[in-house]
Design a protein around this ligand. Structure first.
Ligand SMILES: [Zn+2]
Length: 448
């Protein structure tokens, strides 16, 4: 990468919890070298006039499916990270349910090598829990950010059947000091409902992946954690109030656990799913109005650590044509996360401090993403410039993602990302992608 010095003039900067007006940011060799109130004349290679807009830390999305490899028809490393950049997200952590799946250091290497030359934003990788638990240390040495466990579906990697099996997983991940990312839903509940209803509808789907099932699975993990207290666990896309309460109590008891919620569970309810039909299916499903209010309350109480998209690109056909259990679930989310959340800031539902904490500070801290997630001297210049006043309509046909659809299609929002810097390089300028792939780096935890 070309190493150079930049001056970002005429901006507001979100710095240490408040907004600094009339600010300038100086960058050198990809890092922030100065944040000043008034411009001091000093030679730089290039100056960018940010026209009075607000600079926040580039967002870190800890739950993304970039696909690639044999699933590149759904999304690839370039389109997925272009979508991230366009959405103001400068770092993504990528899930391992790829094809071939990431289950050991060999399959990880294949994925990282396919991804690296195509990246527009920084990218870290997760693995499944390896079948041979001793392989966990090789994966840790290779630089993964954690291990993903789907409790309700039989996935590649380690098969756990009992609480003891879960304890063995927790021991293995704590030994290498990496988090276990848990998709918490109960396998028995899902399999029973599925076998009784081979051709189900929305209600069947909700029964199979109910709030109670999620709560049951979270409680099973918390029970297993009693024997392995030092294991770090991150609960993905919490959507059940009972699950969130259990997490809150466990956190209060001092367990090193964290959790995320998604924009779709915060902003959409099952009524939307009824209207959207099979397209609206997502796992976990959209819940009641009361449940989404409960997630907002979890944000306000500080129980929720991150907002993550679970960006899950599929073709429209995969999501809508077929019987219930054959359909793909989930939505693309990288290009809607920030506009939706800035709209919430404008509506007073979320403060700017909360937004930055949930999408940058906390993700960096929990996943040990060093020197990112804040605007500080010495940190990497991953910066998102937002126009809080600009209005926009969510238009999936203009997505950079290959998945050009969204449950938020047609929503009017106020607040959009305009310009994005990744590692000190302009990637998006006033809404236009301006760079070639390769600006994004492969990240490893604990490494600056
Ligand atoms: Zn996911």
């Amino acid at each position: 990468m070309k190493l150079r010095s930049l001056r970002l003039k005429n901006c507001k900067v979100f710095h240490r919890g408040s907004i600094v007006d009339d600010a300038e940011i100086f960058l050198e060799n990809g890092r922030i070298t100065d944040i000043t109130k008034l411009g001091i004349q000093r030679p730089v290679d290039e100056t960018f006039d940010l026209k009075g807009l607000l600079v926040i830390p580039g967002l870190i999305d800890v739950h993304v499916h970039l696909r690639g490899l044999n699933l590149a028809y759904k999304e690839d490393y370039d389109t997925g990270t272009m979508a991230a950049a366009s959405g103001g997200v400068t770092t993504v952590l990528d899930m391992p349910n790829t094809n071939p799946p990431t289950v050991d250091s060999k399959s990880l290497k294949l994925r990282v090598e396919a991804a690296e030359p195509k990246l527009y934003v920084n990218t870290g990788f997760y693995s499944f829990v390896p079948e041979d638990l001793t392989e966990a240390s090789k994966l840790a040495d290779a630089g993964i950010f954690g291990f993903k466990l789907f409790m309700h579906r039989r996935m590649p990697g380690y098969k756990f059947e009992t609480l003891d099996g879960l304890r063995d997983i927790l021991k293995a991940v704590s030994k290498v000091d990496l988090p276990l990312l848990v998709h918490a839903e109960d396998r028995e509940v899902l399999e029973t409902v599925k076998s009784e209803n081979p051709n189900g509808d929305l209600e069947t789907f909700e029964k199979a992946l109910s709030e109670e099932s999620e709560e049951k699975a979270v409680k099973m993990v918390l029970k297993a954690l009693k024997a392995v207290k030092e294991a770090r666990v991150h609960f993905c896309h919490v959507s059940s109030i009972g699950a969130l309460k259990a997490i809150e109590m466990a956190k209060a008891s001092g367990l090193p656990i964290s959790c995320e919620v998604t924009p779709h569970h915060l902003l959409l309810t099952r009524e939307v799913c009824i209207r959207l039909g099979f397209y609206g299916l997502v796992d976990p499903p959209l819940r009641s109005k009361e449940s989404s209010a409960g997630l907002w309350s979890g944000i306000k109480r500080g129980v929720v650590d991150c907002i993550a998209t679970d960006h899950a690109p599929h073709t429209l056909e995969e999501k809508t044509v077929g019987t219930l259990w054959s359909l793909k679930t989930g939505f693309p989310g990288l290009e809607t996360l920030l506009p939706l959340m800035l709209d919430c800031v404008n509506k007073g539902r979320l403060s700017l401090s909360e937004l930055v904490r949930l999408t940058a500070h906390n993700p960096a801290k929990i996943f040990r993403i060093v020197d990112r997630g804040r605007i500080e001297v010495g940190y990497w210049a991953d910066l998102t410039v937002v126009d809080l006043k600009k209005e926009a309509v969510i238009e999936p046909s203009s997505f950079k993602s290959k998945a050009k659809h969204s449950p938020f299609e047609g929503w009017r929002v106020r607040g959009v990302p305009q310009t994005v810097f990744v590692n000190g390089e302009p990637v998006v300028l006033e809404g236009e992608l301006v760079c070639k792939p390769g600006v994004g780096r492969v990240l490893k935890p604990g490494v600056s």
